[in-house]
Ligand binder design. Sequence first.
Ligand code: C2E
Ligand code: CA
Ligand code: CA
Length: 716
Amino acid sequence: MQIRKTELRRLTGPLWVLVTIMAMVMALSGFSYWSTTNAANELDMKRTSRAIHMAIESQVLQVKALAEDNAKWDDAALALYRDQPDADFGWGTWGAVSDTENVYDTLFVTNGHGETLMGYQDGDKSSTDFRRNYGDSLDTLIRQVDRGAESAGGIVRVGTIAKVVAVSEVAPVASELEQVVNGRSPVYIVLSRTISAKMLSRISDGLVLDGLVMTSQPSVASVILRDPKQRIVTRLGWPPSNPGHAAFWKASPIIGLVLLLGVFALGLLLAYCYRFFEELRSSALIDSLSNLPNRRALENEIGNAIRQGDHMALAFLDLDGFKAVNDNYGHGVGDDLIKKCSAAALEFGHECNMVARLGGDEFAILAVGRDADDRLARFAESFISRLSKPFHLGERTILIGASIGLASRSKGADDVAELMRRADIAMYASKHSGKMRITGFDLAIDQRQAESHRIDQQMRRALDRGEFEVHYQPQVGASTNTVQTLEALVRWTGTNNMEIGPDRFIPIAEETGLIDRIGLFVLDRACRDALAWPDIQLAVNISAAQLRNPDFPGNLWAIIERTGFPPERLELEITETYVVLDPIVATRVMTEIQRLGIRIALDDFGTGYASIGFLRQFNFDTLKIDKSLVMDAVTSEGARAMIQASIVVARSLGMSVVAEGVENEAQDMLMRVAGCDQLQGWLYSKAVTADAVLPLIHAIKNPVSGDIGLAMQNHA
Ligand code: C2E
Ligand code: CA
Ligand code: CA
């Protein structure tokens, strides 16, 4: 029971899919974590640059406020709006304080003509033309003031230096000083402060940055400072803190651990899957109900033995009547029965190599080795003899049968499929030859099967072409010596005008299901024909396969209605095989038919298991003693006793009795003496065509000469 490599390979596919999915999940979560950290970094960068802008803006506001303070001042207006501005006032007020420690490091006064009137830088007087140096950026700010702003401010490049600059127009606060200004060109105070390393370090301290520097290169972490004309003055850059990445690296041991755990879990999962599939595979080889190896396991075992070149023999075993147990007592009882049978098969198969359950009620027993055939034969015989005794399941006592087919490895049966096919065919041969049998495969069975197939095909064509006929064989009343019943017997003149008897083709039709059509054809034809023979009963054979079709009672009634044949003139002949296998369903169907007014005869009595007790169990109207028993009666005391006893019981149950196959006067006399009501056989007539029936009835009624006449006279 090893697992084949190909089977393993089939299972690795799904495993790889699983692994891929897990790896993808891990990669995806890694990616999403990484992009989250990136988003965090970006957000931090935006926040920082906004804060830097605001810090610079607040510098501008400070300088603006100071410019306003100094410009909107009566003293300043008085000092500056004159032909010669007061330089002493300028120096005293602004010059000394214009140092780097102050809010501004430069202050100068300019007028509407673009002249620098006075200037101070870093605590000193300066004759620099500041107005020119500050360029058109300052002009833009001044224009804003001219348009009415109290002050204007911004960033301006002066030479190589970036400065925070503010300007405000000088004006008196007191209204009575307004005439000082009147008629004069406006004067402005301009304050500025260098964006120095010191300023930047103060800002970066306040914002908790690692350092803020001026840079000319654009970088990821930098902000641009523009002048009032929107030209780039400088860039302020800082080393990005990347909090996302920081968090990432801080979390990296945990992430690593999680990753490791993930890999570990994946490994565990793989191992688990492997074991799971392994178990699945082994359970796929074991039948769960019986715990026996199943068909696959058997095939593997046969395959192995074939590869090793061993001889082997195989038995297929099919229980008879198991379906009825299932139907009548339920699946629980059916399952218990399977278990009992499995145990029995194991017990009797102890000399064999494998007892397998193929499913349903089918088992297989394999023996490997030189004496495999003998061991298997011993198994088959002991198992069949075990089944002659019933099984006890709780309160129930159940009797079932079995059919066994044997096949062994030989030329032409050198692979698993062929060996199994042969055992199967042999098993079916057992079943068809009456059950509780053991059949060894031989090629004749195969040929028979092929022929059966051919015959089935021919029958289908024959049915379509109307090549089937119905003949009638009379049953003569023992007391009246007239024809009382006609038994319909189907006839088929096959191709090449070669007659094939119903004994041959009916079993084939039963197997292939064609019997339904043939049977209905016979019923229909017989009912039509028999309308012409009033007062005579009609007997029609119905096979077990027909009765098992649930549509049968309905179809039967349809024919009665269609043909107008009186149902009380009709009798159906059925055999015990139908009744024995499923007594409960059979009883129901029989009752249904009898309610239609149709009688039922038990055909072929004395050939199978049906005993006298059987007669009491079922409600038959007629008993037909089989021709084999009639034949034996002449020579066998036992057969005579059996017939006698059966007739007594049948009479006591109100059944009428028919003896069939009466070929000679000795048999005829015996059957009459035994008490049969009707006699049927070649002594009176073989089955004849419908046309010949009336003359035959007449001839039997009025014997004048010939065989029949003589016979009749002798017994009259
Ligand atoms: P069966 O029901 O037992 O029919 C009696 C058989 O015995 C008939 O064979 C009949 O011709 C034959 N027979 C009658 N008298 C004698 C005799 O004195 N000596 C001998 N040796 N045989 C005699 P047949 O017609 O060949 O039918 C064989 C079987 O085929 C029937 O056996 C019946 O089981 C089946 N069969 C025939 N017609 C039908 C049918 O329409 N439907 C079904 N389901 N089965 C049919
Ligand atoms: Ca019959
Ligand atoms: Ca018979």
